[in-house]
Ligand binder design. Structure first.
Ligand code: MLT
Length: 316
C-alpha cells in the first residue's frame, strides 16, 4: 500500500522525482483491474489518473484516506467531481496544459482532410502517382464552425482565422459580444445555422449529461455535402452510428476523429472509409503538453500531501 497511486501511464521527469521523494505505486494498467485497484486504495492519500480510470462513487468509497484526485488532463468526465468534493477530496486537473496541442492537432487533421494527405500517401506507397485524383481544397475563405468555444475552441479558432477562414461558433456559454469573437471577427450562431453554413466543423465540447450523443444523424444530415467534421473533444458527444450512416449516404464529405464512443474502439465501418481519418486520442500527446501535464499533477500532489493548497483545483 502506498501514499500515492498512479493507475495509468503517466510518465515524465517530475513523476520520476515524485517516485524518488515520496511513496508512489505506479501501475500503468491498474485502471483495468477494479478489484485490485479498490484494494490498493485503502491507504492511498493521492490518486493520479488520466481518462481511463473511472473514479466513481464506488472507487471513492474504497479510498477512506484520499485527499486528492489529480487528473492528468483537462476532461473530468471520468471523475465524479461532485461526490469527491462532497467528501472533502480535492480534485485537480490540468486545464491549460494541453490546449495548444489539441488545437494544433485539430488544424493538422483539417489540413489532412482537405488535402487528402493520408489517402495520397497510401496511394503513392502502392505505386500510384495520381495528382489530379488528389485535388484538394484551400482553407482560405472557408467557414470554420466551432461547436464549443472554450479554451481549446478559441485557440483552434485563432489558428484557423490565421489561415483566412471565417469563424462561427455555437456555444450556450458564449456571449455574442465575447472578446474572442470580436478579435476573430467571428459570429455566435445557433447549432442549426452552424451545421448549414460551415465548410469545416470542429467539436470542442466537454462531455456532460447535456452533451452526451448531442450530435446525431439528423445533425450530420444538415451539413453541406462537401463539408468536413472533426472531433478532438470526446467521442461520446457524437452518436457514432449516426455519423457513420451520414457518411455512407454522402451527407458530408469526410471526418477526422481523434476520439471515439468507446476507447479503444470496436471494429467499425469507419475503418474502411477513405474519407475518414482515425487517430487514437493523441491530441494531448506532445512532448511539451505531457511535460506540462505531469509537472502540474505532481506539483499539486506534493502540495496537498504537505498540507498546502493545490494550484489547479477544479471549481464546479
Ligand atoms: C484531456 O482531456 O486532457 C485529453 O483528452 C487527454 C486525456 O484525456 O488524457
Amino acid at each position: 500500500m502506498s501514499d500515492i497511486l498512479v493507475t495509468e501511464n503517466i510518465q515524465g521527469a517530475s513523476m520520476i522525482r515524485l517516485m524518488e521523494d515520496l511513496d508512489v505505486e505506479f501501475d500503468a494498467y491498474l485502471w483495468q483491474n477494479r478489484d485490485l485497484l479498490k484494494q490498493k486504495l485503502q491507504d492511498t492519500q493521492a490518486l493520479i489518473v488520466r481518462n481511463q480510470t473511472q473514479v466513481n462513487q464506488e472507487l471513492i468509497d474504497a479510498a477512506p484516506q484520499l485527499k486528492i484526485i489529480a487528473r492528468a488532463g483537462v476532461g473530468l468526465d471520468n471523475v465524479d467531481t461532485d461526490y469527491a468534493q462532497a467528501k472533502g477530496i480535492i480534485v485537480c486537473f490540468t486545464p491549460d496544459a494541453n490546449s495548444l496541442s489539441v488545437a494544433e492537432l485539430t488544424i493538422g487533421l483539417m489540413m489532412a482532410l482537405l488535402r487528402r494527405i493520408p489517402e495520397a500517401r497510401q496511394d503513392t506507397l502502392t505505386g500510384g502517382w495520381n495528382r489530379i485524383k488528389f485535388t484538394g481544397t484551400e482553407l482560405y475563405g472557408k467557414t470554420f464552425g466551432l461547436i464549443g468555444m472554450g479554451r481549446i475552441g478559441s485557440m483552434t479558432a485563432t489558428r484557423a482565422h490565421a489561415f483566412g477562414m471565417k469563424i462561427i461558433a455555437a456555444d450556450p456559454y458564449l456571449a455574442a459580444d465575447a472578446p474572442v469573437l470580436k478579435e476573430l471577427n467571428g459570429r455566435l450562431v445557433s447549432l442549426d445555422e452552424l451545421l448549414a453554413e460551415s465548410d469545416v466543423i470542429s467539436c470542442h465540447s466537454p462531455l456532460t449529461p447535456d452533451t452526451r450523443k448531442m450530435l446525431t444523424y439528423s445533425h450530420f444530415s444538415q451539413m453541406k455535402p462537401d463539408a468536413f467534421f472533426i472531433n478532438t473533444s470526446r467521442g461520446e458527444v457524437v452518436d457514432e452510428r449516426g455519423l457513420t450512416q451520414a457518411l455512407l449516404e454522402h451527407k458530408l464529405a469526410g471526418a477526422a476523429l481523434d476520439v471515439r464512443e468507446t476507447e479503444p474502439p470496436e471494429q467499425s465501418p469507419l475503418n474502411q472509409m477513405e474519407n475518414v481519418i482515425l487517430t487514437p486520442h493523441i491530441a494531448a500527446f506532445t512532448v511539451e503538453a505531457q511535460e506540462r501535464v505531469v509537472d502540474s499533477v505532481c506539483e499539486d500532489v506534493r502540495l496537498v500531501l504537505s498540507g498546502k493548497p493545490a494550484i489547479n483545483v477544479f471549481k464546479p
